[in-house]
Design a protein around this ligand. Sequence first.
Ligand SMILES: *Cc1c(COP(=O)(O)O)cnc(C)c1O
Length: 368
Amino acid sequence: MAIPLVDLQAEYMALKTGLDAAASRVLASGWYILGQEVAAFEAEFAAYLGVAQAVGVASGTDAVLLACRALEIGPGDEVITVAHTAVATIAAIELSGATPLFVDIDPQTYTLDVTQIEAAITPRTRAIMPVHLYGHPAGMAAILAIARRHQLLVIEDCAQAHGASYQGQRVGSMGDAAAFSFYPTKNLGAIGDGGAVVTNNPAVAERLKMLRQYGWRERYISDIAGYNSRLDELQAALLRVKLAHLEQFNEARRRLAAAYQEQLAGLPLTLPIIQPGCEPVFHLYVIQSGQRNELQKYLANQGIGTAIQYPVPVHRQPAYHRLGYAANSLPITEQVCGRILSLPLHPHLTQKQISRVSQTIRSFYHNG
Ligand SMILES: *Cc1c(COP(=O)(O)O)cnc(C)c1O
């Protein structure tokens, strides 16, 4: 039996009754864009995270872009972030007109190396954008302290970390604004594209609501130059069903990750590390191996799906060569790209499947 990296059909089957009812309710309502489902989802998601407001938008990329625009970050401004992330983080910063500035990552958490931020700050720096990659929180205490000291904004990219917490606070609740993606494979995923920006600042929320719909404050009157980036009623209704199960699904991910941790111990692999005070949500379970490509091929031959997230850091991609970075190089970023491998992990995986993946990895090392 094949073990896929993710299984969206299993997620649908687990919640079928609720999802079908939600979809039917929207279809029958005759109201499909920015209605009561979006408003209800925004309120429920904000309450879940412990933030004042959530604003639904069309994707995670748009969430990063609109967060920048709502905070008036644009041409001439620099945003300090990482190259070890989904290319969307960087694409969105550039869409705002601002310039991303890369610093290296911490080798243990794969998130922004907080010791390198201050050296990267220039007179044009406006914001720091940590990415809570793989579901593990970035070092927010240091990031927030540096931001306060230098009067910088903090925008959290939470696209892989719905529900993760840092010193008892959910990621997304600590910065000036935070971006979430509801791409289907994320911990909270729609049946299509979707995203949200969350903030505790009512003026920022107000601007976000204008930006997502042509800059309208009042219908048909554009006060600012905006976009069409709306979350639709169908996605919102489906997300409400899934949000009610997010805690339970994140807990399942943590249990399965703990099983991998136990069963892969002692092998020549680097396993995920949980930093003190952090509660990750294991969007991905990422290991490092010196024989990564051979291991991936071996697992594929046994029907086990894996992925490399991501194989080429953003600053090495053809479209982004031109971007500068603060240090002379990003050695940790470059090193991990050649070693990382994401193993199957989703809430509907069984302990038995975890054991099979782990045993197959063991046999790779013992027979190879
Ligand atoms: C998925 C993702 C995004 C982009 O989200 P989309 O909904 O695909 O636009 C941004 N940042 C990170 C870290 C992501 O994983």
